[in-house]
Design a binder for this molecule. Structure first.
Ligand code: BES
Ligand code: MN
Ligand code: ZN
Length: 500
């Protein structure tokens, strides 16, 4: 749910009314425009800074309310630290900090001239705007009464003063597409499961054809015909039928192999018959974070008309205990023909992924295949909320994702795969079992998925259980659902497919 933040770029000019934001550094220097503003407001910046112990640290701000000598309501001095941010990520974070300074409603002008008189590049200015809009996002659809601190996202029009407003506006068109993708992913994760079932999720994705995506929705009958019995086994305990949705964006050269994104979409994970404890179970409304990220990045690529061929596939089910639900000990035959002994019905994500990975490999031959899933609690034990787990059978692919993680701040950390781990999911009664025992739970989960990756396919798996939801507030997000993965994959596409 986009907080309505309307972004405009203009030549840098001091506004006459409303809120003005200007930059300063650790030496409390001001650029030409900021200095002239301070001058017309009585030159009290240095005094205020001293009284408030403001030192111009990066992303900290000093507020001057109702300054005399000007019509402005407020002047805000936003710190940049040692020197101006460099690169898109630093500007993105500064934009996030600026979001906290805006009025709850109305107009604000932010002048991005640094103390040395320089402006960010158009791409950096657009990244600043992206940070600002992402930080202003709130999921407040169900708040019928808004409290003071929650009202901070009324409609705001922000004019950003830059060196080249025409180029910045063009760059913002691209980042606005990314913003839409992240906000879609956040909305999907935040939405409760009574509202967002598999059918509703699929309907939302079907509507993305208006953005230029080709969308195909597979209903239960089609899934049965394809023999997706691993996925269907998870869905069978729910009153609500499953869906598989395939989204295609063909912005690249005809005939170029697509990059494939694959997402786990469990709209609610009770654990099934291996039911989860009550405490914290509400968080399992976010167990479709992988599918949300895949949907978000596909929307972003389509909106910014990315020069790439991409396909996204999501498996959307609900994992419920029921008289018809699958039992521990049941054996299912996956679409790939491999048999799986379901030891624990709570290890359901890998069952869903197995079949959609098979389907996408049968219908396209991907250049690279990346799956995203809120797959294991164990990854949160290992990496906390700060990194997603990365597993890959291809170093170039892994390195590309690691680099994109650093560029966007959506960081990933590589963990090992290996035969010793693979052995842990061998089963006495079937080709494999769906859990590997107590230790190395994220790794054995990845080994399970790997068994459904065809020879020669470059594949990576991102375990986003710790990063898709419930992360601490960051420079770019205050919502429970983070939209993790959208910016990461978008950056990965830029680097791997759109350079040169
Ligand atoms: N959806 C959960 C993983 C999860 C846990 C995501 C916490 C987000 C926060 C997954 O389906 C699951 O239940 N995994 C089990 C696997 C176990 C049964 C081998 C887990 O991690 O406990
Ligand atoms: Mn589970
Ligand atoms: Zn799950």
């Amino acid at each position: 749910m986009a907080a309505s933040t309307s972004i405009k770029f203009a030549g840098a000019q001091i506004p006459e009314k409303g809120t003005a934001v200007v930059l300063t550094d650790k030496k409390l220097q001001l650029g030409e425009l900021a200095a002239s503003l301070d001058k017309s407001a009585g030159e009290r910046f240095a005094l205020f800074a001293r009284i408030k112990s403001f030192r111009g640290a990066a992303r900290k701000a000093l507020e001057m309310v109702a300054p005399t000598g000007v019509e402005l309501e407020r002047i805000l001095f936003l710190g940049i630290g040692e020197s101006a941010p460099s690169g898109r990520f630093d500007w993105l974070r500064l934009g996030g900090a600026a979001a906290k300074l805006l009025p709850s409603e109305g107009e604000a002008t932010i002048i991005l001239q640094d103390p040395a008189g320089n402006y960010p590049s158009p791409g950096e200015a657009a990244a600043f705007a992206l940070g600002l809009t992402l930080r202003r996002y709130r999921f407040d659809r169900y708040k019928s009464q808004k409290k003071d601190d929650e009202e901070k996202n009324g409609p705001v029009t922000v004019t950003i003063g830059v060196g080249d407003p025409v180029k910045a506006t063009a760059a913002w068109k691209i980042e606005a597409a990314v913003d839409a993708g992240v906000e879609l992913a956040r909305d999907l994760v935040n939405e409760p499961a009574n509202i967002l079932g598999p059918v509703e999720f699929a309907d939302k994705l079907a509507a993305l054809d208006g953005d230029g995506l080709e969308v195909e929705v597979l209903e239960e009958k089609a899934l049965a015909k394809l023999k997706m019995n691993a996925l269907l086994g998870v869905a069978v305990g729910s009153e609500r039928p499953p869906r598989v949705v395939i989204m295609r964006w063909n912005g690249g050269k005809k005939g170029d192999k697509p990059v494939a994104f694959v997402g786990k979409g469990v709209v609610f994970d009770t654990g099934g018959i291996s039911i989860k404890p009550a405490s914290g179970m509400e968080d399992m409304k976010g167990d479709m974070g992988g599918a949300a990220a895949v949907s978000g990045v596909m929307l972003a690529l389509a909106r910014r008309k990315a020069k790439v061929n991409a396909v996204g596939i999501v498996g959307i089910v609900e994992n419920m205990p029921d008289g018809k639900a699958q039992r521990p000990g049941d054996i299912v035959t996956s679409m790939a023909g491999k048999t799986i002994e379901v030891i624990n019905t709570d290890a359901e994500g890998r069952l869903v992924l197995a079949d959609i990975l098979t389907h996408i490999q049968k219908t396209t031959s991907p250049d690279a295949m990346i799956d995203l899933a809120t797959l294991t609690g164990a990854i949160i034990v290992a990496l906390g909320h700060q990194h997603a787990g990365l597993f890959a059978n291809d170093d170039r692919l892994a390195d590309g994702l690691l680099a994109a993680g650093l560029e966007t701040g959506e960081k990933v950390w590589r963990l090992p795969l290996g035969e010793e781990y693979d052995k842990m999911i061998d089963s006495k009664n079937a080709d494999m079992k769906n859990v590997g025992g107590r230790w190395g739970g994220s790794i054995t989960a990845a080994q399970f998925i790997k068994r459904f990756v065809d020879e020669g396919v470059a594949w990576a798996h991102l375990d986003i259980a710790g990063t898709a939801m419930g992360s601490p507030s960051s420079d770019t997000n205050e919502s429970w659902g983070s939209g993790f993965g959208v910016r990461l994959l978008d950056q990965f596409v830029r680097d791997r497919y759109e350079k040169g």
